[in-house]
Design a protein around this ligand. Sequence first.
Ligand SMILES: [Zn+2]
Ligand SMILES: [Zn+2]
Length: 284
Amino acid sequence: MAGRPGYLTLPIFSALAAIGYVYYTAVFLAVPRWLGLATAAGVANAAAFTALAAACLATYAVAVRRDPGRVPPGFVPDVEDAESTVHEIKRKGGDLRYCQKCCHYKPPRAHHCRVCKRCVLKMDHHCIWINNCVGHENYKIFLVFVLYAVVASFYALILIIGSVLHSVPKDEQSGSDSSRSSIIICGVILSPLALALAVLLGWHIYLILQNKTTIEYHEGVRAMWLAEKGGDLYHHPYDLGVYENLISVLGSNIFCWLCPVSNTVGNGLRYRTSYDIPISTQPL
Ligand SMILES: [Zn+2]
Ligand SMILES: [Zn+2]
C-alpha cells in the first residue's frame, strides 16, 4: 500500500536500480577501460567506489526503514509551552495545536502528513523516493545519504569522463566500442541526476544553517510577509546561530556530523528557541 513507510514502491525500486546501474557502469565498464582492473590504481578506484556505493545503500535503507518520529500516546504540551507565543508560527489565537485527524495535541514543529496519515515530529517533507516522511528521527540519515549520493555521482562522472577520454591500449580491451557507448549513455543519464542531488544537498545545508525545516521555510516566507505588513521584523524562533543550529541537527560531536550515525539531539517533543535563555546552560 502506498504511504506505508518501508514498503517497496516503484520510486524506491527505481532508486535502487539507478544505484545498481551506475555502480555497474563505473566499476565494471569505466574503471577497466580507463585504468584496467589489474592495476593498483584500478583496484583502488574500484574499491573506493564500492565502499561509497555500499554507504549509499546502507544510509538509504535506514532512511526508508526508520520511523521519522511519532507523537507519543496521551501527549499533552507543557503549560509553559502553551503560554509561550513564540514557539509556533501557525498557532492561531494562542490555542494549543491539535490534530483533528489523529485526535491528539501536536508538539511544536510536528505536522500531519496526508500520505503517512499521521502526525510526524519535526516534519520536513514527505519523500516519495524513500516512501517515508523525513522528520526528527531520520532527517540526519537522509541528509548523510544525499551527501554520499552527491559524492558518488560526481565520482562516477569523473570515472566516466576519464574512461571516455583515455583508455587502455586497444589490444587489452574487449568490445571497446560497445562499452564506450554504454558508458556515454550512463554519463548522459547521470549528469542531470547528479546536479539535482547537489541542488537538494545545497538546499538542505541552507535550511540547516537557519535551523528550519522545508515546511518552516514556506511558513516563514508567509510570516515574514505578515510581519512586514504589521511593521515588525520576523525572526525564526529556532534559529540559535549557525554553530548551535548545526549541533541541534547534526549532533553535538563535530567529528560525527557527516557520519552515518543518528545522534539526534532531544526527543523531538520540545526544541530550544532563541527566546530560551541562557542558551549555554540549556539541557540538550
Ligand atoms: Zn495528525
Ligand atoms: Zn509522510
